[in-house]
Design a protein around this ligand. Structure first.
Ligand SMILES: [Zn+2]
Length: 210
């Protein structure tokens, strides 16, 4: 079946290439649904085709993914429920905030991202999300993206702080947190703005030191 996938589905011009293309393009904004950040570059087998050949061409087992997430998942072979990777379309994580960022209050400042499991998650789901987060290296990916975001907004925050109090900075960050949360409540941007606006140290000038 692995050969069927390669020859009959993934190859350009293959008979089932339409299905491949449809899944490839199914992610909003062309972003990998596993990390939520990098662009889609391939299809990932949710349960790896090397270990589950019968599912090699099952559309429900195929996900659009970026190269990094796909490569990281290649070697994985879940043996316990806690080790089964998250399926971004079929695992329901609910609407509560679960991606948490914490401001590291030192110079240069940074954010530390982690999973904060809501009470509604059971033990297995919590372990699976934490495993997903750790395996794909999402804490460092999001910290790096957030550091870049801070470079882009720092000048505006310095001007706001010079004209007004820390409250003006906090209000601006809160507005951004709310707007981002409406788009991607558990995206790194929403989590970053929630953390920044909640830190007095950051709002009072910590943002200036990166
Ligand atoms: Zn990815």
């Amino acid at each position: 079946m692995e050969k069927v996938y390669t020859q009959r589905m993934a190859k350009t011009g293959a008979p089932a290439r339409d299905i491949y293309d449809e899944i490839f393009c199914s992610s909003p904004q062309g972003r990998c649904p596993l990390c939520g950040q990098r662009p889609v570059a391939t299809l990932d087998h949710h349960l790896p085709k090397a270990h589950y050949p019968a599912l090699a061409v099952a559309p429900l087992n195929l996900l659009p993914a970026c190269s990094d997430c796909n490569k990281t998942k290649l070697a994985s072979r879940p043996t316990r429920a806690e080790e089964v990777g998250l399926h971004p379309y079929y695992d329901d994580l609910g609407n509560e905030f679960w991606l948490k960022a914490q401001v590291i209050e030192r110079r240069p400042t940074a954010l530390r991202f982690s999973v904060a499991a809501p009470a509604s998650w059971n033990v297995v789901l919590t372990a699976r999300v934490e495993n997903h987060f750790r395996t794909l290296g999402l804490a460092s990916l999001y910290a790096s993206e957030a550091a870049e975001e801070l470079i882009n907004i720092r000048h505006q925050l310095i001007k706001l702080r010079a004209l007004d109090t820390a409250n003006a900075v906090r209000d601006e960050l809160e507005r951004r947190a709310q707007s981002c949360a409406l788009g991607r409540p558990n995206g790194w941007r929403a989590a970053a703005y929630r953390a920044w606006q909640a830190s007095n140290w950051f709002c009072e000038g910590g943002f200036a030191f990166a």
